[in-house]
Design a protein around this ligand. Structure first.
Ligand code: G1P
Length: 297
């Protein structure tokens, strides 16, 4: 029987400086997107793809995260006493969602360093990495497709999105070759945040990865790159160039809905986009939004 991936690694140690002062005492992953913290969307996505063993790489800010995925006795008791089963269910949902483990990153040395902290927990199995700034619409398929491709190709798989060349410098960008599948490409090169105008393609890496454990061996020898940080992109580029022992790297091109919560403007857009589609909020929000838009220039 084919090996079943069960582990998801979620780096959540960023300082969230773009959202100060909101993130002074609270991790940015806990910022609400409509009525759920951003991190809960990501954990729900992992669980929907069958990954129920979640390892969060946290920093000094882990208390709020741990509390969110843990029981909260007083609140549960109060809601129970009031007979508010709907809210009680919402509270319990995040508690029962997954088995969440935590390890601290220690020092903010980059995404590659954060992923390397998962080595002991993951062991020698393929695993997924989900970055919290990207929310993938739960109606669109990405992670389970990547897991299938990982099993089929015995390679590492990254998610790619076609972006406007004017924003390519904000991402890792891949050079690719076609395969016989229009949604899958073979990665031949990768560069982390190329200088504006120098991106080798318009295929940006978005925050979903399904990796072979050899990534740990490579990360251990990956020197600091862009921004003086140990970059996951650099380790993956090395793996793409050494398919004999790493299996190589392939990209799944995502054509669905993705919301970026990484900076303030995108965060506001993400909330509006998700809220207009919600059954409980959309019917009131949509007409209001149209009226409001009419009042703008
Ligand atoms: C990280 C990765 C980058 C990727 C991006 C996707 O960058 O290093 O390759 O394109 O996530 O969101 P960050 O946005 O964390 O700086």
């Amino acid at each position: 029987m084919a090996f079943q991936i069960t582990k998801a690694v979620i780096p959540a140690a960023g300082l969230g400086t773009r959202f100060l002062p909101a993130t002074k005492a609270m991790p940015k992953e806990m910022l609400p997107v409509v009525d759920k913290p951003a991190i809960q969307y990501v954990v729900e996505e992992a669980v929907a793809a069958g990954l129920t063993d979640v390892l969060m790489i946290t920093g000094r800010n882990k208390n709020a995260l741990e509390n969110h995925f843990d029981r909260v006795g007083e609140l549960e008791a109060t809601l129970e006493r009031k007979g508010d089963t709907e809210r009680l269910q919402k509270v319990n949902f995040s508690t029962d969602l997954a088995e969440v483990h935590y390890v601290r990153q220690g020092a903010p040395l980059g995404l590659g360093h954060a992923v390397l902290r998962a080595k002991m927990h993951v062991g020698r199995e393929p695993f997924a990495v989900l970055l919290g700034d990207d929310i993938i619409d739960s109606r669109d398929v990405l992670l389970s497709r990547m897991i299938q491709e990982q099993a089929k190709r015995n390679a590492s798989i990254i998610a790619l999105l076609e972006v406007d060349p004017s924003v390519a410098h904000m991402y890792g960008v891949a050079t690719v070759e076609e395969t016989d599948d229009p949604d899958v490409v073979r990665i031949t090169g990768m560069v982390e945040k190329p200088a504006p105008g120098t991106a080798p393609s318009n295929l940006a890496i978005i925050g979903r990865y399904v990796l072979r454990p050899e990534v740990f061996d490579v990360l251990e020898h990956t020197p600091p790159g862009k921004g003086g940080e140990i970059q996951l992109t650099d380790a993956l580029e090395k793996m793409a160039g050494a398919p004999e022992w790493t299996g190589g790297v392939f990209g799944v091109v995502f054509r669905g809905r993705r919301y970026d919560t990484g900076d303030r403007l995108d965060y506001i857009k993400a909330i509006v986009q998700l809220a207009v589609d919600r059954e409980d909020l959309g019917p009131d929000l949509r007409p209001w939004l149209k009226d409001f838009a009419n009042t703008l220039e």
